[in-house]
Each structure stands twice: as structure tokens, then as C-alpha cells.
Write a protein of this length. Sequence first.
Length: 244
Amino acid sequence: MTAPAGPFAAVERAAATLGLHLTDAQLDACARYGAALVEANASVNLTAITDPDDIALKHFLDSFTAHAVRAWSGREKLVDVGSGAGFPGLALQIALPGIAVTCVEATGKKARAIERFRDLLHLQRAEVENARAEDLVRTSAHRERYDVATARALGSLAHCVELLFPFLRVGGDAIVWKGRVDAELHSAERALAALGGGSVTIVPTASLGLAEELPGRSLVVMRKDRSTPDVYPRTPAEMKRRPW
Ligand code: SAH
């Protein structure tokens, strides 16, 4: 293994500003993951981002911003809903090896790709569930079992609240990656009131010192204060019929 060069040297520097000090082994794992992603993308459509610099910043560094928005013990159970090619879930498993990540992905080809990346990198604590979140969270092994629930590019903030909160224990945090968030806050507040939400904190990437690397993005951190009523999440048809 060699010290990181190229795009992952930039990730190393920027991650340090997030308080995340990545070892050469972790940066090497990111680089191998990125290369495997580009290779797999030739046969399965996993990502629109294929330039190495963009993969480093928009997939890996973007995932790592979660480190700066809550106090991590390093031993959390984390569920990532709609993982796609494994972001942010599997990337966070690399950065925080003591956490246990469950990636939930409805599309079989994508779930199998995440499994291959997990195996390639020997991320033994990471699990992959090829399921819809609405179904998986009805099982007792998953309902209200997680300390942290994440979603990037899964849908509106209110939709994310409905899919993430049932996974969280009381006191847990949902973290949602967003571009502009203002227009979605009102409906999200309604969803939060119904599903047990507490405080909401919006953290722009600029306030993390990453205005240049990740412009115009925010993380929305939502604490769970009360247990989620059993009626949530509704079925996909109900959610479509009655958006928040
Ligand atoms: N989080 C990834 C992928 C975003 S695309 C990233 O940011 O790169 C959204 C993904 O969520 C798709 O792969 C889609 O199959 C999955 N998805 C959408 N709704 C879902 C649901 N209800 N349960 C599980 N996966 C879902």
C-alpha cells in the first residue's frame, strides 16, 4: 500500500477538516472501491459519476460529511436506506470501522453490487438487505433498532422521514443529504410531528469548510424523540396518494 495520491489525497485533507483522520489503509480502500465501482458501472447502471476526482469528492467526501454533524461513539448501528452503489452507507463503514452498517437497497442488481464491494474490502460488519425499506422495517429485527439512519437522493425530506424514522430507536438521528432544503421543510415538519421527530439541524457544507469541494449542499439532522406509530411507513401507494 502506498500513501494516497491524486483525488484521495484531496479527500484526506478535506476529511481532516471534518475531524476525520483517515489512515492510508482506509484511503486505499476508498480508491479500490471507486475503481471497482467504475468497472461494475460498465454492466450495471450504478452511478452517473465516473470521473475519479468526482467519485472522490461527490461520493466519498460527501458521505464523510456525516462525521461532522453529530457526536459519534464509533459503535453505532447505522441503516442506509436506498444505498444505490453503497453511498453513504458503505463509505461510512470504511471511515468508521467500529460501526455496523446495514445497506437497504430495493434493486437486486444494485444490492448485489454493494455485496461485492463489501466483500472486496472485507467489511465484515456491513450487511446488505435487498428489500424495500417499507417491508424490512416491519420486521422486529429492524424496527426501532438503529442509532443512525441515513439517506441520500432518496426523495423529498418528508419521504425520507417516513422511511427512516421507523428504523430509529428513540434518541437516534436521521441524517439526510440535500441540495436546497428550504422548500421541503414545511412538509417535513408535518412528517416529523407524526413519526416522532424532535430537533432539526441544517448544516450547510459551507459551514463545514467545504464550500469549494461540495458547493450548495446541506445535511439535515433530525433527532427522534418519541416512538413511531405502527401505521408508518404507509404503503408506497398510500405515500404516493397522500404526500406530506
Ligand atoms: N444513496 C445512493 C443512491 C440514490 S438513488 C446515492 O446517493 O448515490 C436511490 C436508490 O434508492 C435507488 O437505488 C433505489 O433503488 C433505492 N430505493 C428507492 N426507494 C427505496 C425503498 N423504498 N426501499 C429501498 N430502496 C429504495
